[in-house]
Design a protein around this ligand. Structure first.
Ligand code: F6R
Length: 243
């Protein structure tokens, strides 16, 4: 596992965006695994700028997203489909039909089968972008004392994740308690993985990932230690706090 320490979160985001631009320059029909949440927003801003300046062409790029809240309509402004459209897809020259976000509606099993098929269709993602939860979750594979789940599944979000996600919602009762998530197998299938993290709430999770040797279900991100091409990108402030 590679660890990149940059001078600032902004520099981390620029580094990740540059990796993505280099990938799609080398492979115009590259497949990207994408994340939502606060962390990747500056990466998406940098990609939009790169596209507008003609430094990145998304016309043949394919994407698959890690997860989607259960039970939100796609036009709900908290759905991850809405997030991806408004934070990235609507501002770059990607074809919407080349983007996949689980529906989060209807039959959970059908959602899971369709997401797993989308992960592997035409080959696994060339690059999977990840954020990380305060409890070490990646996608919504939540920390658990004894097991992680390999395929895509409907996950019960933990109270700490629901609490963290509540900052995006007006009313606590609106925060979804379940999400369809790519499983650990889908994440590990990616040809390369880039995990971006910043902020004090991520110190413990990142410490377990980059400072300790253990692979443990209580910090799902630690499974990335077994991935042949995983990179963790953190800023100096987080690196110093991790110790
Ligand atoms: C989102 C996702 C989650 C987030 C994580 C961190 O698609 O898969 O694992 O990456 O919850 O969220 P932020 O970036 O908001 O701290």
């Amino acid at each position: 596992m590679n660890v990149i320490v940059t001078e600032s979160y902004e520099a981390s985001a620029a580094w990740v965006a540059d990796q993505i631009c280099a990938l799609i320059a080398a492979k115009p029909d590259a497949k990207l695994g994408l994340a939502t949440g606060g962390t990747p927003v500056p990466v998406y801003r940098a990609l939009i700028e790169a596209c507008k300046e003609g430094r990145a062409d998304f016309s043949a790029v394919r994407t698959v997203n890690l997860d989607e809240y259960w039970g939100l309509q796609p036009d709900n402004d908290q759905s991850y489909r809405y997030f991806m459209d408004t934070n990235l897809f609507d501002h770059i020259n990607i074809k919407k039909e080349n983007t996949y976000v689980a529906s989060g509606l209807g039959d959970p099993q059908a959602n899971c089968r369709a997401l797993d098929a989308a992960v592997l269709e035409g080959g696994a993602p060339d690059l999977q972008l990840l954020g990380i939860g305060a409890n070490g979750h990646i996608a919504f594979n939540e920390a658990n004392p004894d097991r992680l789940i390999a395929p895509s599944h409907l996950e019960d979000l933990t109270p700490s994740t629901i609490q963290a996600n509540s900052r995006f919602f007006d009313r606590p009762e609106d925060v979804p308690t379940k999400a369809i998530t790519m499983g650990m197998a889908g994440i590990m299938a990616a040809k390369s993985v880039v995990l971006l993290a910043t902020g004090a709430s991520k110190v413990e999770a990142i410490r377990g990932l980059v400072m300790e040797d253990a692979v443990t279900t209580s910090n799902p991100s630690t499974l990335l230690k077994l991935h042949p091409n995983a990179t963790v990108v953190i800023d100096r402030a987080l690196a110093d706090a991790v110790g």
